[in-house]
Design a protein around this ligand. Sequence first.
Ligand code: SF4
Length: 290
Amino acid sequence: MRYEGRVYRPPSEANSLILQVTLGCSHNRCTFCSMYKGEAFRIRPLTEVIEDLKWARAHYRYIEKIFLADGDALVLPNKTLVQIMDTIRELFPECKKISIYGLPQDVLRKTHEELVELREKGLKMIYIGGESGSDWILEKVNKGVTADQLVEAVRKIEDADIRASVTFISGLGGRADWKEHAVETGKVISRMSPSYVGLLTLMVDPLAEIYEEIQSGRFELLSPEEVLEETQLMLENIHLEKKCVFRSNHASNYLSLKGDLPQDKERMLKQIEVSKRDKDMLKDEWLRML
Ligand code: SF4
């Protein structure tokens, strides 16, 4: 397999074959993100992608899951995605799951019928960055969508019978807006009712735009204890009827939470309470990673 630049994948795709179908992110403007800074977005030629799939078939006996990267792979037109997925089905009949990173903007550009087509071709999951439920914070971090658009994108994915895995970032409101971030994110999760929610905790690379705001004191990072308060308030504001798998097991998080909402909400809230009293349960700063 040929890989270009730094390759990112969700934690749950650790055992998947990662296939870069695009390089970088077509948005590349979020102030907290340095993943593709300085890299121009481009679409890999289809011939290269298919050559890589043939290489993988020749070298791996069994591939159960394939993840389409980079950060914005769903931006590809359906025609191209369908060609890639048809090749996957032909070369890897054992493959049970194809998943992809997508921006809310990518989802909103597709019709319901196009999303259904992708599901019929084997797309099981779309990972999407929600980051915050607050319009004010989304605008401040240059996400390029509103909370209503986030909800619409996730509903569109789930309505096409594809699972949506939505990531939010603890601490993204900073000290000034942590309550707004917590409450509005909880409300947005309730409205979008996704299959999966993942929490990361803000960690800033010097290349990210927000770094300068932190250095100048205009943005204050939350302490681990403040992150717990924020997560608690967020969870209290999530009211779901349909099952949602909730995880905060990313390497950047101070506390690992795992549970199904709504049934495990009280247990996770208790876990946060216990952690607030016993700081030994929190990850040391030096062990955190992006
Ligand atoms: S957070 Fe996602 S959408 Fe924003 S710049 Fe980074 S990869 Fe692109």
